[in-house]
Design a protein around this ligand. Structure first.
Ligand code: NAD
Ligand code: SER
Length: 323
């Protein structure tokens, strides 16, 4: 029997799509989705095995790993930057204690582990343009603190215990299947929904706020390709800078206007998320990911916009018909 895969946080923005991509690749019964919540109707919940489990209760996962031959864990359960800032103590508990539990289980059951870090692992003292792979990391948010500590903890488990840990620093991810979970880059998803529904959008980040972004199909490929990469080529493990585009809100607006000419946008700035965004890089240097495992994104801003608008229109029309 081939070894199984388990995804924690499988019903979130990334997990709801990564679970399906993994099931299509490795087999529907081979990929166990798990999350603290249940979402009947969501394909990731319905289309294969699902375990309701809290990453802060390792006994629940211990049972799953003991009773299934699991070889790989994609550990996605975490709180994102904006919600983490609203409850930093809870964010530390889920993002750090949860990761520690997963790494301990991976050590015991000899699993490979993927853990995403983020552009949030950087701070104001980091070089903002073409941010190097190895550079100053002094984030000012609890989310960032847990991401830097998480990168280090994953490196430690590799060096100290030989656990095959790997990870990327994702930029803001744009997708249409599941909504984002409360991050600083959420505007870049919501803008597409509002462009279709209202033809106008009020943005909570300022014009000129450049951040790295990536379309979900590239983010899924990044995770799977890194996990399948030849380990002898990996000088870095946790975590590789990956990016597709460095864009500001007005760039997305202009791109949408190519397909919806009467779309308009204004601004009502949220000082908390603006402050977080300004502490993150404008653009990352992703050459280590390109050199060490050959990663290359396929979508740019306009091809992403075209696909997002097509897929979202279909999704929203279907939802209208069902209501
Ligand atoms: P999300 O908030 O959409 O999903 C997280 C999932 O984790 C949710 O389904 C939630 O129910 C689950 N969860 C929360 N607490 C849990 C617990 N105690 N036990 C089990 N499950 C729990 O997040 P996402 O966007 O899918 O992000 C996944 C990972 O990728 C996170 O580590 C995040 O920091 C990282 N990341 C995401 C982005 C992005 O733009 N989405 C960018 C960079 C990094
Ligand atoms: N999209 C994520 C956030 O804004 C970046 O890690 O929190």
């Amino acid at each position: 029997m081939k070894e199984k895969v388990i995804v924690t946080g499988a019903l979130g923005q990334i997990g709801s799509e990564l679970t399906m991509a993994l099931r299509e690749k490795y087999g529907y019964d081979q990929v166990i989705a798990s999350d603290i919540r249940s979402m009947p109707g969501l394909p990731a919940f319905e289309s294969g095995p699902f375990v309701s489990a809290d990453v802060n209760d390792p006994a629940q996962f211990d049972h799953v790993l003991r009773t299934n031959k699991v070889g790989t864990i994609y550990h996605l359960a975490a709180l994102l930057s904006h919600v983490a800032e609203q409850n930093p103590q809870r964010a530390w508990h889920i993002n750090m204690a949860g990761l520690f539990n997963i790494l301990e289980l991976a050590r015991e059951y000899k699993c490979q582990v993927f853990t995403p870090s983020s552009i949030g692992a950087f701070g104001r003292s980091t070089p903002q343009d073409k941010t190097p792979q190895d550079t100053i990391q002094r984030p000012s948010t609890m989310y960032g603190v847990t991401k830097v500590a998480g990168e280090l903890l994953c490196d430690y488990y590799f060096k100290r215990f030989g656990v095959d840990t790997r990870g990327v620093r994702y930029p803001g991810l744009i997708s249409y299947v599941a909504p984002p979970g409360g991050g600083t880059t959420d505007y870049a998803v919501d803008i597409y929904y509002q462009a279709i529904v209202k033809k106008r959008y009020t943005c909570f980040l300022k014009e000129g706020t450049y951040l790295d972004m990536m379309y979900m199909p590239d983010a899924l490929r990044a995770a799977i390709e890194l996990m399948e990469a030849d380990p002898s080529r990996l000088k870095h493990r946790n975590a590789f800078n990956v990016t597709s585009m460095s864009i500001a809100p007005e760039d997305i607006m202009h791109s949408i206007q190519k397909y919806i000419p009467d779309f308009s946008m204004d601004y009502r700035i949220d000082p908390v998320r603006q402050d977080i965004a300004e502490s993150w890089p404008n653009s990352m240097d992703d050459s280590a990911a390109r050199d060490e495992w050959g990663f290359s994104p396929r979508y740019n801003l306009d091809s992403m916009t075209q696909d997002m608008l097509d897929k979202l229109k279909r999704k929203l029309t279907k939802a209208d018909h069902e209501n």
